[in-house]
Design a protein around this ligand. Sequence first.
Ligand code: SF4
Length: 480
Amino acid sequence: MSAEILEERRQSIHTKEEHGANTTKGNSGGCGGNGMRCDTASVAGAVSQRACVYCGARVVLNPITDAFHIVHGPIGCASYTWDIRGSLTSGSELYRNSFSTDLQEKDIVFGGAEKLAAAIDEAVANYAPKLIFVYATCIVGVIGDDIEAVCGQAEAKHGIRVIAVKAPGFSGTKSTGYRMACNALMQLMLPHAGQPKVQGVNILGDYNLAGEMWIIKNYLRAMGIPVVAAITGDAAYEALVKAPAAQLNIVQCAGSMMYLARRMEDELGVPWMRASFFGVEDTSTALRQVAERLGDVQALHRAETIIGKRSVEATDFLDRYRPHFVGKKAAIFVGGGFKAISLIRQFNEMGIETVLVGTQTGKPEDYEIIAGLVNPGTVILDDANPAELEAFMKEKGADILVGGVKERPLAYKLGIAFCDHNHERKHALGGFEGVENFTREVNLSLSSPVWKHTRGADSYASTASVQADLVRRALSANPA
Ligand code: SF4
């Protein structure tokens, strides 16, 4: 094994063995609930791929399209997360801005509360929002501005909702940020508890990155099931406050939304179920289970009609592409465990073996399922860093990496294919439509002729020298 692993990281990296158990890299032990170190703070100095607490909160709340997001902190925090999700909207574009109090040295010394109050006044005067989120960043956690008091005073003054999101970047993991965002959503919904129930469901944990929320809504509409609130892809204030009236919460991204689902069940009486709309198998199962949970026989009948038609089409499509994927191996590193599980299943449907799988925020139960799905020899790791990903991708001979914006350069530097399954994707990867888009993207990236020139380059320097060589050859062929 070529990777040098920090001693403190060994319990977070496992290899599945022949008999189905797993060993840590260096220590024996199990994975998932019986030994995998996960859902804990990152090891200091290990250069985690995770984002900060504030970023976790912002990615969950930002897709609320008509909300005003004020980042109380230095301008860098706001610019880091500006338009972060790329979520699509069918209404307001307000959320695509990034507003900041731009704290300076004087504010750090004397406090930034007055500046925040002035920023809220200015936002209300210029934009008339119904809902403002105020995010506390690292420096606010250090100087101790009482943003809850400022938000409370602003609510009384302007008669709108102004909700504090206490998310200093250093105060936990990205999952802590998800919880802070869920608490903010509960703060928004709790005054609307006790509404009469209506027919319909809420969709939790889809962020409409490339229109997936619209795909799921179309299926449910065809089944005769209204969507009360989308939380939070393409969400709007008026729909969110009706969410407590829904019959059921459908939770897609469990990593960010299970906490909200549990609180909504306990405090608002909305039960929940988990569902994944990635891949033929998961999408089909999700549609059936939603109808079954609602006890809606007609919806189940309609779901079977959709599944019968669309799954056959998607399977035919996969059959055409499968010969391109013979012998290919995939590495997966994504945010949540549920997405990783769906991706393993999707690669299985495509005939691609998953040889490495990791997440930023997976829970013990996610790693149990992952260990049950992959082949012996697969490396399973939590909260990885670039050095570990690089070493294990090389060791396992991965041909493609599926990840997000932070993993993309790593794949390209190593000369392997890449598919963005995160914030920057441009094609919907959910539902039966997503099966075709994902298959096409994986095929395009794997088949690109560029890998012939970069494969084997194992560092930026060597990739750069390959590029320089190509430029030299092009220049000598076409002298100026
Ligand atoms: S909150 Fe802290 S860690 Fe997060 S972007 Fe701002 S300064 Fe960086």
